[in-house]
Structures are given as structure tokens and as C-alpha cells.
Design a protein around this ligand. Structure first.
Ligand code: ZN
Length: 506
């Protein structure tokens, strides 16, 4: 808008305007890739025929000989309680190679065309760390168990070009805008395998306006190590390069590391053993000495650091490393982060406060896995205090919430709902004492995100002098019944004074 002209006054008819959502941890490029794949998950698909029909619909739109890929099938949730077979896929796809990944990521099913492109014949021997599914006559049935058996197919899968990835990112961005997100963080650039291309996809999509959101990038730490692409870069230099290439729409967020895995895979490093199942604690990924040194190196080069830590043992290790770096090279306003922070104990939260470490909490877990955390992975006591947001508030932590999309669906309003209600899939309240109020939850997806992004002067609230990034909601989350917050509609999204999304009303 021309600042000289008279402002336009719009009557919103009782609807609500809030600052644009700032999503500080998700994997938009991974989500973007899945948009071109067939969703074979359940409960969307009740049985094998449902999946076959979904695959057929995609085949009808795909040139002969080109790949059709699916994701998310779960044999345990299908009526037949078994895997699909190559013959079933062949019925609909005699001339298209088809590959469908299982929800676990540990197996896949492919058709005959895919087997032949991968050079897999019935007489192939099983690899050491995996095996091929076979029928009663020893003929391959198309199911490939573990990566060793999937590898021959992986080797011949098409790799998306930069242009294809930019187009995919544009489609994904539309979904994010529809959820009211105006600033977004890719939480692991380099994760898909070609970091240079991933950075170009982000900067070019921003420059061309294909992705209108403001983007922040976490750069995988290995790219910053000796012999790698950014070995000599300071944070300032890398930030400047991203700004220059993107018309100022893409900026550096942090150097990204992982210090453990995931709770539901029993790979999150805990202080006490898992509740059931493996009864192990799982180990931290990197030995403390080497980890301290790498953190110090990044800290000295001016990087803000973000480390994935789900388990309390990993969180302790991350805090040890931050304490070491801060002591060796004191630096104000570092805003180093812990990602997920799911099982932090009170002493960890207190230490985060002392060290001025911020946390981005994976609050959606309380809904999606809360029941299973209580019964299987963590037991009732640890599960009830997972993602301890009330303690984060009590100890004045700078914190945000996230979906980790595509791990859970992207929706800031859903994450706010989860933080305020702590409701599980079965309708129970998990750890009511860790619930937070609506205003604080809203702040964690707006002004706290801006603060975490070192961008408080420009975004995170609606004020004179800040960018006009805001969202129009059909209802006011601060006055409706909190249990209905997730059902509020985002009607419009605006970035820099331009409308970038408007809900279709039918
Ligand atoms: Zn993540």
C-alpha cells in the first residue's frame, strides 16, 4: 500500500485478526515431496482394494512407463491384515512401475515392472540385513523387507529435478498459508540428500514468489564441517548469502544437530529405561567430548545452534555442551535451541533458564501418541509431564510449539489447542497441570517465534512499524470454548500487506 494514500477501512464483521503464525520447526520439502505420492495410509484406506483404487486413479493420470509412488500403508490397520502383493498391483499397473512405502519406513511393496527395472528376479538371494517376500513357490511377491532389500529399487527411483521441487514447494506453501503461517522454518536443510539443491529450491522459490512465506533454514551441521560446502563460513556470511539469493526472503536459522532419535522408535535417549518393550534407555548419538567441541566451534563462528533432543538424557547432554561453549566463549543473545524437549525434567527446564536456552516443543505428541507414551514407551508418570509447558512458563523460557510436519499435520491452531487442552486421541487429559492458557499458547506461535527468529522488531505482533503479516480467523480463540480452538477457520492470510490466501466459501 502507498503510505501516502488514505488507509482503507475494512469492516470484518466480528471476525478476529491476529499476527501471522510463525512456525519454527517442520520439514516442508519432505512434506512437498509427499504431495506427489499416493496416500496409502489408514484409516483413509480401509482395505487393500481402497489402496489399489487410489493407485489406479494416479496411474490414469500418469504416462506409461513413469513411476507411481505411494506412502504410509499399514498392513496391521487393513481389514485383510496382510501386505499387498505384486500381482495385485500388476492388475492395475502392468506398464507403470509402482512402489509403496510402509508406514514404518522399514519395508515397501512394489509391482513386477519395478522389480524388473531394479534387476530383481525370482532367483535373487536375500541380502544379509533384510529379505525378499516370496510366495509358496519361492517367487518374489513384491514385498521388500529392510533397506538392504529395498536398495535395488531405491537406486532406480526418479530423483526430482530442482524445477520439480520448486513447483512442489509452491504447492506445499499454499497448504501452509491456508493454516495462517507467514514465517516458516525448514528444520533440516540437507536432510533429503542434496543440500545444494535444497538451498537453491528455497532461495529460488522465494525470489520467484512461488513461496510467499518468509523462510528460515536450519542447515545440517555436517555441511559446516571441514571439507564440506560451508566449512569456512561464519553464520553472518551464510545468512548474507541466503538473503542475497532470495530477495531477503530466506534467512539462516541455525546449525542443526541430532543428539537422539524418537521415543516411539525406542531411540530417544532417556535417563531411566523405557516403560515396556526394549527396557533399554537408548544412547546419545555423539560422545560428549566430540559433541562439546563441535558445539563450541559453531558457537564461536556465530551460529545459533538447534539440537534435536527428545529424551531427558539427550537434553542433559545438549545442555552440557551449551554450558561448555558459553563458558569457553561467553556470548549474549545466543538463543541456542533444543528441538522437541519432550521429556525434559524440572531440573532440565531450570537449567535451560540459567543458560538462556530456548525450546521448541513437539506438543502434538500429547494428542497423537500420548496414550501410547503412557502405556508403552514412558509409563504414566513420565507421559503425564511430557512437553512440560507450564514449567517452561514458570521458568520464563523462550519457547515455541511445532508439528514437525510431515510427522504430524501442519496447523498452528491445532498445536495451540494441544497446548491448552492436552487432550489425547481417546479424549483423556494427559497431565492437566502442564496445560497453558490460550494467550500464552498464541504468543508461542507468534511473538515468541519472532523473538526466537531474532526478528521481534519486524514480526510477531500487529504494531505500527512492523510488517503487515496477519491472519483473519472466523472466531476469537481467546473467547470460544478452548476445546474448539482446533476447529477455528483461517479465512485469510496476509504477508507484507498482500493477501496470499483466501478461503473458498462454498
Ligand atoms: Zn523435525
Amino acid at each position: 500500500m502507498d503510505l501516502q494514500s488514505e488507509p482503507e477501512v475494512i469492516d470484518l464483521g466480528g471476525r478476529t485478526v491476529i499476527p501471522g503464525f510463525i512456525d519454527t520447526h517442520n520439514h516442508i520439502l519432505a512434506y512437498a515431496q509427499l504431495l506427489d505420492f499416493v496416500n496409502c495410509s489408514s484409516p483413509l484406506n480401509k482395505n487393500i482394494e481402497d489402496i489399489l483404487q487410489a493407485i489406479k486413479a494416479k496411474i490414469d493420470l500418469t504416462k506409461e512407463g513413469e513411476w507411481v509412488q505411494g506412502f504410509g500403508y499399514d498392513d496391521t490397520m487393513l481389514e485383510e491384515k496382510r501386505h499387498l502383493t505384486r500381482e495385485e498391483l500388476d492388475r492395475f499397473a502392468p506398464n507403470h512401475p509402482v512402489a509403496i512405502a510402509h508406514i514404518s519406513g522399514h519395508l515397501a511393496v512394489v509391482n513386477s515392472k519395478a522389480l524388473s527395472l531394479a534387476g530383481l528376479e525370482d532367483n535373487v538371494e536375500d541380502p544379509d540385513a533384510g529379505y525378499y517376500g516370496r510366495d509358496e513357490n519361492g517367487k518374489l511377491n513384491g514385498v521388500l523387507f529392510e533397506s538392504a532389500a529395498m536398495q535395488p529399487v531405491m537406486n532406480v527411483l526418479p530423483v526430482a529435478s530442482k524445477e520439480q521441487m520448486i513447483a512442489q514447494l509452491g504447492r506445499a506453501a499454499k497448504h501452509y498459508l491456508a493454516q495462517g503461517i507467514t514465517t516458516n522454518t525448514d528444520a533440516a536443510v540437507g536432510m533429503l540428500g542434496d543440500p545444494e539443491k535444497e538451498i537453491q529450491v528455497h532461495t529460488e522459490a522465494a525470489r520467484q514468489g512461488i513461496n510467499p512465506m518468509r523462510s528460515r533454514l536450519m542447515i545440517m551441521h555436517n555441511l559446516l564441517q571441514k571439507g564440506m560446502r560451508f566449512e569456512d563460513y561464519t553464520a553472518e556470511e551464510l545468512d548474507k548469502e541466503l538473503i542475497d539469493k532470495s530477495n531477503e526472503n530466506v534467512r539462516l536459522d541455525s546449525a542443526k544437530l541430532f543428539q537422539d532419535g524418537s521415543i516411539q522408535a525406542f531411540t530417544a535417549a532417556l535417563r531411566e529405561p523405557y516403560y515396556s518393550g526394549s527396557k533399554e534407555k537408548a544412547k546419545i548419538f555423539q560422545k560428549q567430548d566430540a559433541f562439546n567441541k563441535e558445539i563450541l566451534n559453531l558457537h564461536e563462528r556465530g551460529f545459533r545452534i538447534a539440537v534435536h533432543g527428545n529424551g531427558d538424557r539427550a537434553i542433559e547432554s545438549i545442555l552440557d555442551a551449551y554450558a561448555y561453549a558459553i563458558k569457553e566463549a561467553p556470548r549474549k543473545e545466543h538463543k541456542h535451541r533444543i528441538e522437541h524437549v519432550q521429556t525434559a525434567m524440572t531440573k532440565d527446564i531450570k537449567r535451560m533458564e540459567e543458560l538462556d536456552v530456548a525450546g521448541s516443543f513437539f506438543i502434538n505428541h500429547v494428542y497423537y501418541w500420548g496414550e501410547r507414551h503412557a502405556k508403552i514407551f514412558l509409563g504414566p508418570d513420565r507421559a503425564s509431564r511430557m512437553n512440560p509447558l507450564a514449567e517452561a512458563v514458570e521458568h520464563n523460557l523462550l519457547f515455541t510449539l511445532h508439528s514437525d510436519c510431515p510427522v504430524t499435520p501442519i496447523s498452528p491452531l491445532f498445536s495451540i489447542w494441544a497446548a491448552v487442552n492436552r487432550c489425547t486421541t481417546e479424549g483423556n487429559i494427559l497431565g492437566p497441570e502442564q496445560r497453558i492458557d490460550v494467550i500464552t499458547a498464541l504468543k508461542s506461535m507468534t511473538i515468541y517465534g519472532a523473538r526466537l527468529n531474532f526478528d521481534e522488531d519486524n514480526s510477531g505482533s500487529i504494531e505500527v512499524g512492523k510488517r503487515a503479516d496477519f491472519v483473519l480467523l472466523d472466531k476469537d480463540p481467546t473467547v470460544i470454548d478452548p476445546i474448539k480452538i482446533k476447529d477455528i477457520s483461517v479465512e485469510e492470510t496476509w504477508i507484507g500487506g498482500n493477501q496470499v490466501y483466501k478461503q473458498e466459501i462454498d
